[in-house]
Ligand binder design. Structure first.
Ligand code: FMN
Length: 385
């Protein structure tokens, strides 16, 4: 009988258990790729560089954010296209986010990894993950993704694997990882995909295993998340418009929680809002209009036409891709907090924020919105878990 081992939530003092005391988890989606989430040409200071992202991470940690997170992508020359060659340049999140562990002390650090490209060998990731777990004192986690893009696997000399087969392979991969992290004997595992003979990893992670995250909207992805993930990035099945999202989310979240309950587990849901806020609703709308008016048409076309088989973003219309984000919260601080309260009521445990221009917009969020979140009971009164 394979040992699945303990999870960070089984330890009251783990960094994950600590942040889960927050009524609403707060994360920052780092812009380690050029263009961030918005293929707009409106001038901004946001850049993909490590120093910029390191500064954002320090700022987020000082504000009491619970986690930072980087996406992973593989794009050819020109990226998604347009004048800005949208996302042509990006840092690898496994390396970049890992490096952030050395300059932070409290915030959780999540790296996206495409485990099926190459493919990775589970023994590599088990060793690397255990190492990072110790460097970060239990703050590091993996957002395991299977690769929805048609062209990405081609860069590795592979064809895209069928959607549900990818999740079956991910299930095998993560099960092997969990066994390597948990078991105190050499491991032998044979399958068509991965073979290990007398494999062993130590040091063992400090809190059972690193934090496990996945991002999905499909039945197969929910099945995977229900079995393995601590945090699940869910998406609005109804597109980015907030009222439509709020209508659709309760049933969507209920389906995921039901799948987790069938595995005897509970999971936390996180969604990715783009926040456009200024002192008043009117000023926020003016900012939004400026972003949209500067649309980088070729970049939006390229992004929308990228032949993804993701089921999680089917509800998103082309015009919603200019600003980006899975849902969009536009307005003055009070309106934003009202949306966040309603998201909480719809079953969302946390938000992973993106902004158009990260540094000034994060500063605004910290000074004008975060205090209202605490007043509304969405964050612990002193801000830090
Ligand atoms: C918040 C969020 C972040 C994601 N980050 C990545 C990423 O960095 N790289 C990637 O290839 N896919 C990423 N995805 C896509 C997922 O891995 C997955 O392919 C997508 O959600 C569709 O899954 P589904 O077909 O199971 O619904 C992300 C999805 C979400 C919701």
């Amino acid at each position: 009988m394979p040992v699945q081992g303990l999870a960070p939530t089984d330890f009251a003092n783990s960094p994950l258990s600590r942040v889960l005391r927050q009524p609403m988890l707060l994360g920052l989606f780092l812009p380690i790729q050029n263009g961030g989430w918005s293929p707009s040409l409106l001038p901004r200071g946001t850049t993909w560089t490590f120093d910029y992202n390191a500064e954002l991470t320090r700022q987020a940690e000082a504000l009491g954010f619970d986690l930072v997170f980087g996406l992973a992508q593989w794009l050819g020359k020109g990226g998604h296209g347009g004048e800005q060659r949208y996302r042509e340049t990006s840092l690898d999140p496994f390396i970049a986010v890992s490096a952030l562990s050395a300059i932070t002390t409290r915030i959780l650090l999540i790296s996206t990894v495409h485990v099926l490209y190459g493919p990775w060998h589970p023994l590599h990731l088990a060793k690397f993950g255990a190492t990072l777990d110790h460097i970060s004192a239990g703050r590091w986690g993996i957002n395991l993704v299977t690769g929805n893009a048609l062209k990405e696997p081609v860069m590795f000399g592979m064809d895209r694997i069928e959607h549900d087969t990818r999740y079956a392979m991910a299930d095998e991969f993560i099960t092997v990882l969990k066994r390597l992290w948990a078991e105190d004997e050499n491991l032998t595992h044979e399958s068509p995909h991965w073979t290990l003979r007398d494999a062993f990893v130590t040091p063992k992670p400090l809190y059972g295993r690193p934090i496990l995250v996945s991002a999905t909207g499909s039945a197969a992805g929910f099945g995977y998340a229900a079995k393995h993930s601590d945090l699940v990035f869910i998406t609005s099945p109804a597109g980015a418009e907030i009222e439509a999202a709020l209508d659709a989310l309760p049933d969507h979240v209920a389906a995921l929680r039901k799948a987790a309950a069938a595995e005897g587990r509970s999971i936390r849901t996180i969604i990715n809002p783009m926040i456009v806020s200024r002192d008043t609703d009117q000023e926020a709308n003016t900012y939004l209009c400026a972003i949209l008016a500067a649309e980088d048409v070729g970049a939006v076309d390229g992004f929308v036409g990228r032949a993804s088989d993701s089921q999680a973003w089917l509800g998103h219309r082309r015009e919603q891709r200019v600003l980006g984000g899975n849902i969009q919260l536009i307005g003055g601080p009070e309106r934003i907090v009202d949306y966040l309260l309603r998201l909480r009521a719809a079953g969302i445990d946390g938000v992973q924020l993106t902004f158009f221009d990260f540094q000034p917009d994060l500063t605004f969020f910290g000074s004008r919105i975060l205090p209202l979140m605490a007043q509304a009971g969405l964050r612990l009164p002193d801000g830090i878990a």
